[in-house]
Design a protein around this ligand. Structure first.
Ligand SMILES: Nc1ncnc2c1ncn2[C@@H]1O[C@H](COP(=O)(O)OP(=O)(O)OP(=O)(O)O)[C@@H](O)[C@H]1O
Ligand SMILES: [Mg+2]
Length: 338
């Protein structure tokens, strides 16, 4: 299989591992998706990378592929009809210059209809972080649009694959209210696969066990640590300041601060009725993931996380996105107490 080239820590690396996820994409390519697949998971775990690799798989399987990566300001249409391709790219160009990226996300439905009117075929839509440009309040409507395209097409198709990726948090909650999508979590990378990426980074670097315990298999955290010359203190401080954790902790009452401190020891402690408002805030800040109930491999894209791993901050129901996210909260709590 062709492997897409990705940027990681300033290096060019091949898409690595994620074998099970690629087999799942292959299966979707063979059968189509009967509902749009919405992939959500920790920030920086590799959702965009997976979509980019998936586009290779789908193209090789004969799909006409529309790609929407609005946050990277990239829109592509791998379609043989030059007039449709040109119209799509012109629209994307205009939307980019007018800063109305959401328009392209909605317009893709018209382009797909036009493509099917010309010819029955296999169509794929890969949409990355579109909810951030169309507005989280429209996330469910967008997914419903994709579902309608699959269930009630104006023109017949051979197969449709619709995959949307989103960072864990508000949009997932919005979509989960309806039965319009197959919501599938993805976790950070498994230990063996992640080691392959780690090996590609030049020396000096900490030994692999240390890198694993800091990152929990998250390639973005790996690349930030590398950039910070493996200084985990600086990295944790930066994460805390980006997420404005001091202000967040200031907004909590003493009881909530105590619960938060307990959660840094065991995230499952948050799984009680009175702590739900705090839990939701932590999800919205992309600090924890609260939808881990089952580890049934069928429900996950790629490998599910372990049942429990206290060292990495993974509980049965709730997990810190990465060990460094947990450390950032610990640090902010300590600073507050000083
Ligand atoms: N399987 C992989 N092989 C090699 N590099 C990877 C892989 N997955 C992710 N990366 C690299 O790790 C970094 C983070 O990945 P990516 O941007 O795909 O994460 P993400 O889940 O989309 O993050 P966000 O939630 O912020 O959108 C990127 O530099 C990406 O190129
Ligand atoms: Mg992404």
């Amino acid at each position: 299989m062709r492997r897409v080239k990705l940027r990681l820590a300033g290096l060019l690396v091949e898409f690595t591992d994620r074998e099970k996820a690629l087999a799942q994409v292959q299966e979707w390519a063979e059968r189509g998706t009967i509902q749009p697949i919405v992939i959500f998971g920790p920030e920086g775990c590799g959702k965009t990378a997976l979509l980019r690799q998936a586009s290779h798989v789908l193209k090789d399987a004969g799909y006409t592929v529309f790609h929407l990566y609005p946050l990277d300001r990239i829109f592509e249409a791998d379609i043989e009809e030059p007039d449709i391709r040109k119209a799509f790219l012109d629209l994307a160009q205009r939307a980019l210059s007018e800063d109305s990226l959401g328009r392209v996300a909605w317009a893709v439905f018209d382009f797909i209809r036009e493509a099917l009117k010309r010819k029955k075929r296999k169509i794929a839509v890969l949409a990355d972080d579109v909810f951030q440009v169309i507005g989280v309040q429209n996330a469910a409507a967008y997914v419903k649009g994709l579902l309608n395209m699959i269930e009630h097409p104006l023109y017949d198709y051979e197969n449709i694959v619709a995959i949307v990726a989103t960072s864990e948090g508000v949009s997932r909650r919005e979509i989960a209210k309806h039965l319009w999508a197959n919501l599938m979590p993805i976790w950070n990378m498994p230990k063996n696969g992640f080691q392959e990426i780690y090996e590609k980074l030049p020396h000096p670097k900490p030994d692999y066990e240390k890198a694993w315990s800091l990152t929990g298999g998250n390639p973005r955290i790996l690349s930030i640590l590398y950039e910070k010359k493996w200084d985990s203190n600086t990295t944790v401080g930066e994460l805390a300041s980006k997420k404005r954790l001091t202000a967040f902790i200031l907004s909590l009452n003493p009881q909530e601060r105590e619960w938060l401190a307990e959660a840094t020891e065991d995230p499952d402690k948050l799984f009680t009725r009175e702590k739900l408002p705090l839990l939701d805030k932590l999800v919205d800040l992309n600090l924890i993931v609260d939808t881990l109930a089952s580890r049934d491999p069928q429900l996950w894209v790629d490998q599910p996380p372990p049942e429990k791993d206290p060292q990495l901050g993974i509980g049965r129901h709730i997990a810190w996105q990465t060990p460094l996210h947990r450390e950032a909260v610990k640090k902010a709590l300590e600073e507050f107490a000083r």
